[in-house]
Design a protein around this ligand. Structure first.
Ligand code: MOS
Length: 749
């Protein structure tokens, strides 16, 4: 029986709970100095004075790095001045989207958002650095800032087209479709700014030596950090090493290389010692990305019998004057249902805030809130069951590209989810399912997330002692990469999990892509599989060609690798330990490297994970408080590599979705563009007491096209649809349709 799929415990779990997992701020380096970033306190203007001299005299201070003394960096090739935020007609400029946004690297005196890095203070201890950083006197000539989304959105900008993310799309004639509809929905939804709160805030140790730069950085993309450092400082990538064996959560914020990483490197270079720069929790709100706020206009039109005739989804999301980021809310809409016509648009409203970025299912979570809420409204308008409405408009193929799905099990997800939830017992009328005074509501939504994949490399070595070393420059964000890649390698090598060491998080290892877009397993898994298979085949060839081997004379087709042994299929007693083959051939490990890519299957098949989520809410009619006693989710995500880590990922996504629906919001003081709940006490996310029963089913799904392993990602689909299912359940409980997240008690009384 293959080890693939088994719910084995995390191989790095013990290291984590015993404090032996080394996170980025924990690497021990001789002469390590401590840096603390100073952030701007105005949203726009110029720095007119910084009293570095006073702070420089404080105890232990080594360096005060400001725009006055920071090394000048080579000009970025794509260049261009900061945006002016002009109207719709303004020329789309040529700047790149994140993951490499323009950084704040102390090159001039300009401030473009509140909490922008404006100085780094380096001292012998953290306490000295922090005391000095807090004493730094800065004077500004403040300028009027654009901090009013309602105003900014009146002059929306068209974003630069991105691959697979055009600013507008359409099929058929949506205007006519809407006009001819018997039933119409025309509603606007909003989602707030949210900030990433991984347990481990961003942290970097930079060690700039004559021979090169080493960065210990908490990142979802070691090779990306390396490239940005090379570009920023104009040095060869070969001279830069980025190390990241553990990440305490990323959720998208660590997919991008932010200013502090380069500032740590700059500080180390100037100070001549390694510098640690760990962000305080409060500093997570501004300079390292956020989910932008969105306003989404949804129009649906359907025939009397529930067939969608038109879908229109127009989104405006906030962005920054520093650089653009588009929250792609319409991406999910474009592929969701088999509507005759469709029209979507994405626009930007520019504010004096830090550059927004990817946050777990960027666009798919915020967009599915709007689309799946609107579908619920349509179901009520048609007096039709919401599951039935979705089945009536089931997309049998990708409605956008008009190509078949590589696999799609959504129908089965609706069936299994509804059955496990007991959906058939639902009475449709709002307020009709009470428990005493408590209002009970049942709501559901469709979940969807693209099955992404990028090119990745891996290596596998079989050692004389019967162990194997498998490597890829990928990441484990707490998601289980160490564990599942070991399982994949064990399966391909024919060796026990306990004999395999999988290493990741180092640019010295074969290159892997950013661990974002739920693509690590689908990208790195095939590379590991191929490298391990090639290493095993080399070992088999070595044994067969070796007259001292009991297998000598057989052909590769006669041999199987099982449990660390090579053996004859016809006679399992005729066998040899895999390590023994290596030992007898001089002891030099036998191995291989592999590079795996998508090929062109993506042109022939649309690849996406789907699911259905069902939520029960209990609403207190007097207080407006919402409890969620149970959630049922059913997902089609291809082949499961590890049932336990898969379950954990889906559950984590659902929990976040509940937070998105009910709690999560960065409360900005829009007079100053600064977050006022910039800490884990005031920034509300669900805790254990908020979470009831979560029932997750992964339906059987065989996908022969997607990759050698048949896997789709599970990191992000779990959050999609949940906020809508919560809102729909709340409507069912109360008759109140809340279109603005989060659905806090004040909106229900
Ligand atoms: Mo995820 S938001 O794609 O890291």
């Amino acid at each position: 029986m293959s080890v693939i799929g088994q719910g084995i415990d995390r191989l790095d779990g013990r290291l984590k709970v015993t404090g032996q997992a080394t996170y980025s701020a924990e690497h021990k380096l001789p002469r390590l100095a401590h840096g603390v970033m100073v952030l701007s306190t105005v949203p726009k203007g110029r720095i007119t004075a910084i009293d570095s001299a006073m702070v420089k005299r404080m105890p232990g201070v080594i360096l005060v790095l400001t725009h006055e003394n920071a090394p000048r960096l080579p000009k970025p090739k794509e260049g261009g001045e900061g945006k002016t935020g002009g109207g719709e007609q303004s020329k789309p400029d040529q700047k790149k989207q994140p993951p490499n946004p323009k950084l704040s690297l102390l090159q001039d005196d300009r401030v473009q958002y509140n909490a922008q890095p404006i100085a780094v203070v380096v001292a012998d201890t953290f306490e000295h650095a922090r005391a000095a950083a807090r004493s730094l006197q800065v004077r500004y000539a403040a300028e009027p800032a654009q901090l009013d989304f309602q105003q900014a959105k009146l002059r929306p900008r068209r974003p630069e087209p991105q691959p697979d993310r055009p600013p507008e799309t359409g099929r058929g004639n949506a205007v006519r479709g809407l006009e001819s509809a018997a039933s119409r929905i025309d509603v606007t939804f909003t989602t707030p700014m949210e900030n990433h709160n991984p347990l481990e805030p961003h942290a970097t140790i930079a060690d700039w030596q004559a021979e090169g730069l080493t960065l210990y950085d908490s990142t979802q993309n070691v090779s990306g950090v390396r490239k940005v450092a090379a570009q920023t400082f104009g040095i060869d990538v070969e001279r830069i090493r980025v190390v990241c064996p553990f990440v305490g959560g990323g959720f998208g914020s660590k997919g991008t290389t932010w200013s502090h990483v380069m500032l740590a490197a700059m500080a180390s270079r100037v100070a001549g010692v390694p510098v640690k720069l760990a962000l305080e929790r409060t500093q997570m709100y501004g300079p390292v990305g956020a989910r932008p706020l969105t306003e989404q206009h949804l129009r649906l039109g359907a025939s009397r019998d529930g067939k969608l005739l038109a879908v229109m989804h127009d989104t405006i999301s906030s962005t920054s004057f520093v650089d653009d980021f588009v929250e792609p809310c319409t991406a999910v809409t474009r592929k969701a249902y088999a509507s005759d016509s469709l029209q979507t648009s994405q626009r930007l409203a520019t504010l004096n805030v830090g550059v927004p970025t990817y946050m777990r299912a960027p666009g798919e979570s915020s967009g599915s809130f709007a689309l799946e809420s609107a579908m619920d409204e349509l179901a009520y308008a048609l007096d039709m069951d919401p599951v039935r409405l979705r089945l009536l408009n089931y997309a049998e193929k990708d409605p956008e590209k008009d190509i078949p799905w590589s696999s799609k099990s959504l129908r089965e997800c609706y069936r299994v989810g509804a059955e496990r939830f007991g959906w058939a017992r639902r009475t449709a009328a709002p307020g009709s399912m009470r428990k005493g005074r408590t209002l009970v509501g049942w709501g559901m939504a469709t979940c969807a997330y693209p099955a992404n994949r990028k090119g990745a490399k891996a290596s596998a070595l079989i050692n004389a002692d019967g162990t194997a070393l498998v490597r890829s420059g990928t990441h484990d964000l707490g998601t289980g990469t160490y564990t599942v890649m070991t399982q994949v390698a064990a399966d391909a090598l024919g060796m026990p999990v306990s004999t395999i060491r999988f290493e990741l998080g180092d640019t010295r290892f074969p290159e892997a892509p950013v661990s974002g877009g739920s693509q690590t397993v689908a990208s790195v898994g095939p590379a590991v599989y191929q490298a391990a298979t090639a290493a095993r085949d080399k070992l088999i060839a070595t044994a067969l060609g070796d007259s001292a081997s009991p297998l000598h004379g057989l052909t590769p087709a006669d041999i199987e690798a099982v449990d660390g042994w090579l053996r004859a299929k016809a006679d399992p007693q005729r066998r040899e330990a895999m390590g023994a083959v290596v030992a007898r051939n001089g002891g030099k490990p036998i191995g291989a490297e592999a590079s795996a890519d998508q090929g062109d299957e993506k042109k022939r098949y649309a690849m996406q994970a789907f699911g259905a989520v069902f939520v029960e809410v209990h609403v207190d009619p007097d207080l407006g408080t919402v409890r969620v006693p149970r959630v049922v989710g059913a997902y089609g995500v291809g082949r499961v590599l590890n049932s336990k880590t898969t379950h954990s990922q889906l559950m984590g996504g659902i929990v976040w979705g509940l937070g998105m629906g009910l709690m999560e919001k960065t409360e900005m003081d829009w007079r100053f563009g600064r977050a006022v709940n910039a800490n884990l006490a005031d920034y509300h996310v669900p805790v254990n007491a908020d979470i009831g029963d979560i029932d997750i089913t992964v339906v059987d799904e065989h996908d022969p096209h997607i990759n050698e392993l048949g896997t789709k990602g599970v990191g992000e689909i779990g959050i999609t649809g949940v906020a809508a299912a919560v809102a729909n359940a709340i409507y069912h409980a109360t008759g109140k349709r809340i279109r603005d997240l989060p659905i806090t008690p004040d909106k229900l009384v």
